[in-house]
Design a protein around this ligand. Structure first.
Ligand code: ADP
Ligand code: MG
Ligand code: ZN
Length: 481
């Protein structure tokens, strides 16, 4: 890698969460029986006319504003022509020369560094249908294919970045950032594994320091941000090997095989002129008024990046904790609610991002559908503060709270896991530990004061975490002096 650097630009296709399709009133509901959500328009019958869905435009404008783009007061749709069985009209209505929005940017964080990635353009288009290959889950090995037009005409928004990413890791962070943004705007559910967010990775290499771009390849078929990173890593390695072997990189589309971890050539890249783009004669130009843009702007709530800044500034919690909180639906509201009742943001954040997130992730649950309530979490934190339970015991208590919905008090009462407050009982445990650990005790007496940490740990073990470490420390010192 030392001689070369990689350059990456991404094209993201996001399915917009409108109830109806982009050019007809068919439902966009996912998972219906094949060919139920169809009509003459989205199946390309002769003589029908498309009508643009206003909500689609609103969602794209919302996104464009959040990505600091300029919104074109005037943009047009175009026909992108190609033949494929999932495309009944033999052309896709897209935007080509005059897209809805251009020249934006988004900030991403990688290993503590903030990078600005420019957005080249955002445009609207319709999705194609879906081929269902019989007898196999792919073309290879199947005897015939069926076509499902339910997805045909589902609105897509394409977000094209500039080639501003230098590493596959940055590419991954970029997709995560865009996905979080789309979700928080409510315009796309951004599930890569289900295809509601799709991403093509364009990548090239060049000698370090070279200002010119090398020839790029486009990697398709990645259905997670991890697969994207792996695919780009593999493709960069392949390109370097090829160039070092004296080969030339050819512009092509490549397919990532997750099983082999390799990319393979799919087809040589078509050029724009292959599609014979021309302005869509059945749609009027899309005109967007300044008033409408202002109105949409007003309706945009706090964006993830703004929320991260605010949480860090207002609550003083760690950026990575904020990111974890924001990734999990409904957790930000929970967090703010808990702080209103309890204060101490970092402590609340530690519990939410630690034990609670681990539990929710393992059960594939969202916090609002879990049995934990803001009030019960705060109740548990109060028990720790009062010294009724130790932090260690609390980790077990919280799991039981999540399992049962009971309060911490109830659980503690049932299990008798309260902290030992009787000094006599503690001293007994301490004396036992002193007896069983002559070497560390001698070390301590010889001046190696640090060995008390070990002894405290032993006492905690003997009491099954039900002792207060600082009290144990004090009593131990007394016993040993
Ligand atoms: P195409 O016409 O092949 O789709 P575009 O110029 O529209 O190509 O770019 C598509 C994507 O590829 C954009 O995200 C862009 O940033 C990226 N890209 C363009 N050239 C390169 C390059 N040489 N290396 C890496 N990415 C590139
Ligand atoms: Mg392209
Ligand atoms: Zn339709």
């Amino acid at each position: 890698m030392s001689k070369y650097e990689s350059v990456i630009g991404l094209e993201i296709h996001a399915q917009l969460l409108t109830e109806s399709k982009i050019f007809c009133s068919c439902s966009t509901t996912f998972g219906n029986e094949p060919n139920r959500n169809i009509c003459p328009v989205c199946t390309g019958q002769p003589g029908v006319l498309p009508v643009l869905n206003k909500k689609v435009v609103e969602f794209a404008i919302k996104t464009a504003l959040a990505l600091h783009c300029q919104i074109a007061p005037y943009s047009i749709f175009a026909r992108k022509q190609y033949f494929y069985p999932d495309l009944p009209k033999d052309f896709q209505i897209s935007q080509y020369e005059l897209p809805l929005a251009t020249n934006g940017y988004v900030e991403i964080n990688v290993n503590g560094n903030t990078r600005c990635i420019r957005i080249h353009r955002i445009h609207l288009e319709e999705d194609a249908g879906k081929l269902v290959h019989a007898g196999s889950d792919r073309i290879q090995g199947s005897t015939y294919s069926l076509v499902d037009f339910n997805r045909t005409g589902v609105p897509l928004m394409e977000i094209v970045s500039e080639p501003d990413m230098a590493t596959p890791e940055e590419a991954r962070a970029y997709v995560q950032e865009i996905a979080a943004l789309l979700k928080s705007l409510g315009v796309c559910d951004a599930k890569m594994e289900e295809g509601s967010l799709r991403c093509d990775g364009n990548v090239s290499i060049r000698p370090v320091g070279d200002k010119n771009l090398g020839t790029k390849t486009e990697v398709k078929n990645v259905n997670s941000t991890k697969a994207l990173k792996d695919a780009l890593d593999a493709e960069i390695v392949r390109q370097i090997k090829a160039v070092d072997a004296g080969e030339r990189i050819i512009q092509e589309t490549r397919h990532f095989n997750e099983n082999t971890g390799q990319t393979i050539s799919l087809r040589s890249k078509e050029e724009a002129h292959d599609y014979r783009y021309f302005p869509e004669p059945d749609l009027v130009p899309l005109e967007v008024s300044k008033e409408w843009i202002d109105e949409i702007k007003q309706g945009i709530g706090e964006l993830p990046a703004e929320k991260i800044k605010r949480y860090v500034e207002q609550f003083g919690i760690k950026t990575e904790d904020v990111e974890t909180i924001l990734e999990s639906p409904g957790m930000a509201e929970f967090f703010e609610g808990a702080i209103r009742l309890y204060g101490k943001p970092q402590i609340v954040a530690n519990w939410l991002t630690g034990e609670i997130s681990a539990y929710l992730n393992a059960k594939k649950l969202e916090i609002k559908n879990s049995k934990l309530k803001i009030s019960t979490l705060v109740g548990m934190l109060a028990l720790i503060d009062k010294g009724t339970i130790s932090g260690k015991i609390a980790k077990e208590v919280i799991v039981k709270m999540l399992d049962t919905g009971k309060s911490a008090e109830e659980i503690v009462k049932e299990s008798g896991a309260t902290q030992i407050s009787d000094e006599g009982e503690l001293i007994k445990a301490i004396q036992e530990v002193i007896k069983n650990n002559p070497k560390p005790v001698q070390d301590y007496k010889d001046g190696k004061k640090a060995s008390i940490t070990f002894l405290v740990g032993q006492v905690m073990k003997v009491t099954k975490g039900r002792a207060k470490p600082d009290l144990v420390n004090k009593l131990l010192e007394k016993e040993l002096s």
